[in-house]
Design a protein. Structure first.
Length: 306
């Protein structure tokens, strides 16, 4: 990594999550969590162990950066802030922490994700893990880690750019999982004729290649090459009356093309990179999805090595 002229070394931001135990037991003292823990209920069997693993990894990161002579800024992921002044962003948690932080990171700042509780977290984007933090940070700061540029997706709602930094996926659906989503979907290639279909389903997943191993795959989509510049859409539980085939249950949006969705429900919603970022969608609202011009640079991405 090239050091910028700032003090004695690179500027590193560490974004970390709080464990479920920290949030619900120590801070909020949630009575239901306390009751289940006292009963040794199986629903909270891993709560304390996952917390201990996460805290140990955070301490490992502090100690590693001190040993490496780096004065880093540690920031809880809920304390949102700009990241442009940093040379490296490190996330400590799991994939959710990386997705949370990624919306603030531009195309030129590399990100290293560290899985703080490997027994409890998938860590799809994580190049580092508990027990090996100093080694991976040393290599990151030394510019020794493979850098993978991941495509992101841009989301527009009624002409407004909601975000240019969707890394995993977006779901358009009714707020209630028991309700039907009705909409008109149009696949508009860069050249040639658009395909349009009116559909009913449980919603539509759309995302770049980085998210193709998650909800898109579970809903019947395909895993895209990690370097792909295409977007994929997958209809969730399509309604096919009388056994009729749906014309576009899934498909690919080529680079330069776009996917357009017009809502036919009074209460629709966009869920962006998980359940926490949402936008309401009105009847007749138009959603336009394209490949973003702002990719994300991820260090030591495990999938890129395969």
């Amino acid at each position: 990594m090239t050091k910028k002229a700032h003090g004695d070394g690179p500027r590193v931001l560490v974004v970390y999550k709080k464990s479920a135990y920290q949030t619900n037991v120590r801070e909020r003292k949630n009575p239901r969590f306390l009751e289940l823990l006292a009963k040794k209920d199986p629903s909270v069997a891993r709560l304390v162990e996952a917390h201990d693993d996460h805290q140990a990894t955070l301490e490992e990161a502090h100690a590693a950066l001190d040993k490496l002579g780096v004065s880093a800024t540690f920031r809880f992921r809920g304390d949102e802030g700009l990241v442009e002044d940093f040379d490296l962003v490190v996330t400590v948690g799991g994939d959710g922490t990386l997705l949370w932080a990624a919306r603030w990171v531009g195309p030129h700042t590399p990100v290293l994700a560290i899985n703080s509780a490997p027994h409890d977290s998938v860590g799809h984007f994580c190049g580092g893990r508990k027990g090996h933090v100093r080694m991976i940070l040393s290599r990151a700061l030394g510019g020794e880690l493979r850098r993978t540029e991941l495509s992101r997706m841009q989301v527009e709602l009624d002409g407004e750019c909601v975000t240019r930094r969707v890394l995993n996926d977006m779901l358009f659906a009714h707020p209630s999982p028991a309700a039907t989503s009705r909409y008109v979907i149009s696949l508009e290639p860069r050249r040639g004729k658009a395909r349009t279909e009116e559909q009913k389903s449980s919603g539509v997943w759309v995302g770049p290649a980085a998210g193709s191993t998650a909800a898109q795959l579970s809903a019947g989509g395909n895993v895209l090459p990690v370097a792909s510049k295409k977007l994929q859409f997958v209809v969730r539980e399509p309604y096919k009356p009388g056994g009729r085939r749906m014309g576009m249950p899934r498909g690919l949006v080529e680079d330069g093309g776009r996917l357009r969705i017009i809502s036919k429900i009074r209460e629709g919603r966009l869920f962006i990179d998980g359940p926490h970022r949402m936008r309401d969608v009105r009847m007749g609202s138009e959603i336009v999805l394209t490949r973003s011009k702002e990719p994300l640079s991820v260090l030591a991405l495990p999938r890129a090595a395969r």
